[in-house]
Design a protein around this ligand. Structure first.
Ligand SMILES: *Cc1c(COP(=O)(O)O)cnc(C)c1O
Length: 371
């Protein structure tokens, strides 16, 4: 059989029909414990649950990996990766990585002896210089949050692999639809499933998908079951339900975001638009190569500084003034105040999650808010 297309995988993967009563949609398993010797070998819900198993099968297939490990949030998934490293290991992070990841590595895990260097991941010379004999992991986030920097996964992977380091990609903003991170050379790909994979802003989750089921994978699997940051059966069920429409939602997110980006690029009250689909974006050529489309997220810097940025987010009527992203509804956020005191995000920057409302209505709303 030819390899199934991603739309088919999104709908069919992890689907196990109930043969007893013929339910087409799976039941939600709330039981915390299972009779010994059952067909699925389930014992206790922290270490395994049928809804989680179905979800992990689906995520493995979507990324074309060999195994997936689901966690209770994106940050728990990231922590599951970094906590599987050892004292004295060195990691390299992008200097504009998601602030939670920066905090985890530089403040929390540094106390347990994990060494780190922050670099501009788009500068391959800087990356090469930062690799040490004990570098075990190079972390990539592309597109990055909130500056939408594009990192060349293929190039980073070739540098890192030459020196024996693993490459982990936070692909939350691209989703498995737009960026085949494992195929491009990553060893691990992480998603905050809270965002596009869930897609409806009603669950918190995260996942790591791996290219190899090796000793490192087993360590992460142990972090899941023993660390215990596991998603509930209900959250797994809800997430799998969201994933079923991911390919079609992403098409519309990308199309709407492109229209909004072009509108904002031409607007006199906006001085910079960060959207990798625009020819003016410094990462446009790489994005064209490694992404199928450019995603639903964009950031803009408005004229008039912090006050002007605040004014815009308080005037939108369709765009809700809220953090997070990837849901069907459009959101806008004055980003720097939402991050910690170490933020490098400009004070006049607005981060926009373009939803699935009609693009004409979205543009009209931004036009009136910008004034
Ligand atoms: C939201 C986000 C995370 C964290 O995920 P949570 O589900 O909020 O824990 C990590 N990386 C990126 C790029 C994100 O956007």
């Amino acid at each position: 059989m030819t390899k199934r297309k991603i739309e088919t995988i999104a709908i069919q993967a992890g689907r196990n029909y109930d043969t007893e009563i013929g339910a087409v949609m799976p039941p939600i398993h709330l039981s915390t414990t299972f009779i010994r010797g059952n067909a699925g070998d389930f014992v206790y819900s922290r270490t395994g649950n049928p809804n989680r198993q179905a979800l992990e099968e689906c995520l493995t297939d979507l990324e074309g990996g060999v195994g997936a490990i689901a966690f209770s949030s994106g940050m728990a998934a990231v922590a599951g990766v970094f906590q599987s490293l050892s004292q004295g290991d060195h990691v390299i992070l992008p200097d504009d990585t998601y602030f939670g990841v920066r905090e985890l590595v530089t403040n929390l895990l540094s106390r347990w002896g994990l060494e780190h260097t922050l670099v501009d991941m788009t500068d391959l010379v800087a990356l090469k210089a930062a690799i040490r004999p004990n570098t075990r992991l190079v972390w990539v986030e592309t597109p990055s949050n909130p500056m939408l920097k594009i990192t060349d996964i293929l190039a980073v992977a070739s540098l890192a692999h030459e020196r024996g380091a693993l490459v982990g990609v936070d692909g939350t903003w691209a989703t498995p639809m737009l960026q085949p991170a494992l195929e491009l050379g990553a060893d691990l790909v992480v998603h905050s499933t809270t965002k596009y994979l869930g897609g409806h802003s009603d669950l918190t989750g995260g996942v790591v998908v791996a290219k190899e089921e090796d000793a490192f994978f087993e360590k992460m699997r142990t972090m899941q079951g023993i660390g215990g940051a596991v998603p509930s059966g209900f959250d797994c069920w809800l997430l799998l339900r969201g994933i079923r429409t991911l390919p079609y939602r992403m098409r519309a997110h990308c199309a709407n975001a492109m229209q909004v980006a072009r509108f904002l690029e031409a607007h006199p009250k906006v001085h910079t638009v960060y959207y990798p689909g625009l020819e003016s974006h410094p990462g446009h050529e790489i994005a064209k190569r490694q992404m199928k489309d450019f995603g639903g997220m964009l950031s803009v810097q408005v004229r008039g500084g912090r006050e002007a940025a605040d004014r815009v987010v308080n005037r939108t009527k369709i765009f809700a003034k809220a953090t997070s992203l990837g849901g069907v509804e459009s959101l806008i956020e004055h980003r720097a105040p939402a991050e910690d005191e170490n933020t490098k995000t400009p004070m006049d920057l607005l981060r926009i999650s373009v939803g699935l409302e009609h693009p004409d209505d979205l543009i009209e709303d931004l036009a009136q808010a910008l004034g």
